[in-house]
Design a protein around this ligand. Sequence first.
Ligand SMILES: [Zn+2]
Length: 378
Amino acid sequence: MTKLISFPTISRDTNLPLVDWVEEYLASHGIEAHRWPDPDQPHKAALFAHVGPWEEGAVVMSGHTDVVPVDGQPWDTDPFDVVEKDGKYFGRGTCDMKGFDALAIWALVEAHKRGVTQPLQLALSFDEEVGCTGAPPMIEAMQPVLPKGSAVIVGEPSMMKTVTGHKGGQGFMVDVWGFEVHSSIMHTGVNAIMEAAKVIDWANHVNAEEQARTPSPIAAMFDPPWTSLHTGLIEGGTAQNITAKHCTFDIGFRAVPDAEPKAWRDRIMDRIKSVEADMQSVHPEARIDVSERFFVPGLRPEEDGVSESLTRALTGDNGTHVVSYGTEAGQFQAAGYSAVVCGPGDIAQAHQPNEFITVAQFEAGHAFMNKLVDRLAA
Ligand SMILES: [Zn+2]
């Protein structure tokens, strides 16, 4: 883990030195890894590998290589060095999620050395922390190269609990372009701020409606048990007596996993189109530009899921757990894999200054990997 943490793979920066190191490390143990270089970002690559019989049905261990920035955070230690203190390993990514990555690399090598009858795969992505945008092309790239896996374990911190569901979501940046006039004759202008407010207030109404609805059995597992719309940023205007020429804001939704994300996307787009039409009836040059930022599908609890029964057997945890954060598990599931989230550490420590994983959780992750390899070898 110390080696992986030493590469400052903040999402905006390169992850290639880490990928090079993992590739060489696996090669030194006789394992061939495959990399998928991102054609749009030559400084980033994903890496995947397979050990055991060359056949379908592998267990896939999935982790991301990127970490969130440390800018402006008060760290007591060097974030890119692992420091052990008071039963905790401190360092950026110890919890989210290079601790798991290190354990998965260990398990892959161990499975290769011991020999297994069921294959094991490793998949390391990038750009997870900027909207899970690295995993979908990696999953697509894996399919023609490796035999298809049957169970995916996404090792995001879950305290080694089996998480079978999470919400999905999408984000949009919206630029409203109005028409400037003196506010005394505002009926001849288009006020970008006031038009933006129509979309945002619509979101308030939708939230109230969704909250009032009786949740489906899947939605009922979540807190809150409904799909919500949110705006977290807004900026615009020039002066108190000018109808605003420009206003920019974000809007996004977090959808319960049995909601149809495309329908939510369309609902937002329809609302924006209708506000734009009103604007253009006053001034034809007024318009609204929308850019779609990220899309993360939800993770639906599976019936008799292969991944779920595997992690339950390995951890002994039979509780029901869902989380409110998005992960790559929904993306694997959307690509036709059985997937769960199960990894060491507590999400509460992710992204924080002085991020840590407890030695006990790291050891629990190690014990889990050991049992996994035993099971694949049996
Ligand atoms: Zn993560």
